[in-house]
Design a protein. Sequence first.
Lengths: 195, 100
Amino acid sequence: VIPALFAGFAAVLLASALMVVLHRNPVTSALFLVVAFCSLAGIYIVMRAEFIGMVQVIVYAGAIMVLFVFVIMYLNLGRDPERGATILLRRMIGWFVGAMIVLQGVLLFAGRWALGPVQEPPDPRLGNTQALGQALYSRFLYPFEITSLVLLVAMVGAIVISKGRGGYEPVDRAAAPRVTLRPGDSLTPPGGPPA
Amino acid sequence: VIPSSWPLLVSAVLFAVGVVGVLVRRNAIVIFMSVELMLNAANLAFVGFANALHSLDGQVFVFFVMAVAAAEVAVGLAIIVNLFRLRESVFVDEINLLKG
């Protein structure tokens, strides 16, 4: 039953990942990305990485996707207008490169390859979370502490970047580049009226 | 028991879908979501190897990748919001300030 579960979760994952890429509406893309992350969490749990699966749901499907959806709502994005010859060329290049990567992966796995030395199976009395915590606080203590520094830098950086220079100043409409409306664009001013 | 090549194949296809998204789409936020898909493909490969080798190190690395991805999303979305304030657009081919 475990390979069947894996195959089912993988099918949902790949289908929703394709929908993220193909759908024209960014909100729908974001919601399909939530489905993809949740099925990836299912794959992790099937593969005996329970803690990682739970963190996947909490961090990716929870925190990161809320951030994405919030920014899409804040910028008031509608459907993407996509047409024209350059877009067709870029689309062909994109699908070609993607097909090349899949082909490369299939060729690699079709060739001769073997896994490295398999370690002892972990102590069954130790849960996955407990074992992971012991590894994080002993062998990986320095990377763990440096991760906290990375998060601090990211927090300060996000605040500084989104604050802008010298606080909030309204956009100078005369100096700003002309906004051309396309069919399907929303008519409300993006970002709301200047304060 | 899952054959050890399955998660690697799913990971390769997921990574390719992410690459296609980055190359095909114009919306910077959707491009960012595709980058997240690629990060998750790498995570899936890590967990697959950790499962096949009965090792925990792969899961520890997935933990670190998730922390860095969260930091990256916060900074990246702040940059996109700033770019939108500057150019009133999130389409990457309309943001051509470096074009001579």
